[in-house]
Design a protein around this ligand. Structure first.
Ligand SMILES: [Zn+2]
Length: 107
């Protein structure tokens, strides 16, 4: 049983990562666009269509992927998982760095 509160925090963070296994990369972006059909309500340039995309770099190049309406909420949550994963990784690394620096100082 680790009595060190940092080790308990680290363990809790590690155990939480499994719940993020469905994470997706990139940013969740809402875009407004005109579809181009002359008789559509969007042709006034104001009541545009809402479109959701994942925006990310693929091999260094910016890409966007359309998200079908039925998957929007799911994808929004999966992209948010990536941010929680990154935050957890940063916390774990911070704990380990402090432990390394402490250990280094010991004779
Ligand atoms: Zn339209």
């Amino acid at each position: 049983m680790p009595s060190d509160p940092e080790l308990e925090t680290r363990g809790r963070l590690i155990r939480g990562l499994g719940a993020l296994r469905e994470m997706l990369p990139g940013s969740f972006v809402e875009r407004k666009r005109a579809c181009g059909r002359p008789n559509c309500h969007c042709s006034d340039g104001k009541s545009l269509h809402t479109q959701y995309v994942i925006s990310l770099l693929v091999e260094g190049k910016p890409k966007t992927f359309n998200i079908p309406a039925r998957l929007v909420e799911q994808v929004r949550q999966k992209v948010a998982m990536r941010h929680r994963f990154d935050a957890a990784a940063a916390s774990i690394c911070g704990i380990n760095l402090r432990r390394f620096l402490k250990e280094k100082e010991q004779p």
